[in-house]
Design a protein around this ligand. Structure first.
Ligand code: T3D
Length: 258
């Protein structure tokens, strides 16, 4: 049984963490399978949006703690270098937008993998916990990068130090996630978002993320130069020609992602 479920439907790649009996906690196998799946999604030309979610009642409880031993120290540098860091890099370099549909609790690395996605939506019964401090660890999986940028340094510091649970509604209010939906609505609303993104100019969406990712470390001058360079690339796409043509011809655009 695969630790990752996958289905490609209507140009949307549905990727589901599949260890429900362990609340989709990441063991090495699942982390490596997720990397392979994201790489395959990047390569698959017909795929224009990725939806990441979890099977069962949780999104992910983070690192599978049963992989740790109480007698031997884990080699975190190797583990993180081979599992979580490549996942976060892939989420930020894949050439398609990634929606995370958080269907239940997202704890530790599970929360931070979710927050690394482009658009994060959650069921109202879902919650987020920076659980690391409870077991004597520091937040990883780029949590210390994304969370303060999303909700500000003060709130991020408190949530990470205290390890408090944040409900999906609170997460939406503080800007941690894009939207919180009623439990029964999550699937429909996620599909609507995914279908919309799948009909948009895929390369422009990818280049938008690229520009945003560099905006917090670039100077204004550097960012202006980057926007100029990336706009030149967007201008080379067939979707740009289609966008302008459809506007001038007063019709809806038919973007192909090319
Ligand atoms: O290099 C590295 O690997 C370091 C990187 C670390 C990154 C991290 O993610 S550190 C943080 C790890 N995660 C946690 O500390 C969270 C641990 N889990 C919990 O605190 C709770 O399970 C939850 C708050 C997530 C959910 O609570 P609840 O009451 O809804 O469920 P439960 O009863 O605690 O869990 C259900 C089952 O899932 C249970 O198994 P059982 O007793 O039915 O056989 C539980 O042991 C299992 N489970 C939950 N989380 C984990 C887990 N098993 C292994 N690892 C887990 N993280």
């Amino acid at each position: 049984m695969s630790t990752i479920q996958f289905e490609l439907k209507n140009s949307i790649g549905y990727v589901a963490l599949n260890r429900p009996e362990k609340l989709n906690a990441f063991n090495r196998e699942m982390a490596l399978e997720l990397q392979d799946r994201l790489l395959a999604c990047d390569e698959e030309e017909s795929l224009r949006v990725v939806v990441l979610t979890g099977m069962g009642r949780a999104f992910s409880a983070g690192q599978d703690l049963s992989e740790f031993s109480t007698t031997a120290r884990p080699d975190f540098e190797t583990v993180i270098g081979e599992t979580y860091n490549p996942i976060i890099r892939l989420l930020k370099t894949i050439r398609k937008p990634v929606i995370c549909a958080v269907n239940g609790i997202a704890a530790g690395a599970g929360a931070n993998v979710a927050l690394a996605c482009d658009i994060v939506v959650a069921a109202s019964s879902a919650s987020f916990i920076q659980a690391f401090s409870k077991i004597g660890l520091i937040p990883d999986s780029a949590g210390t990068f994304f969370l303060p940028r999303l909700i500000g340094l003060q709130k991020a510091t408190a949530l990470m130090m205290l390890g408090e649970k944040v409900t999906a509604a609170e997460a939406e209010k503080m800007g941690m996630i894009y939207a919180c939906y009623e439990d029964g609505e999550l699937e429909n609303k996620t599909n609507q978002l995914a279908e919309k993104l799948a009909s948009m100019p895929t390369t422009a969406l990818y280049l938008t993320r690229k520009a945003l990712m560099e905006s917090s470390s670039n100077s204004l001058e550097e960012q202006l130069e980057l926007e100029k360079k990336l706009q030149a690339k967007a201008g080379q796409t067939r979707d740009f020609v289609e966008g302008v043509s459809s506007f001038l011809e007063k019709r809806n655009p038919l973007f192909t992602g090319k």
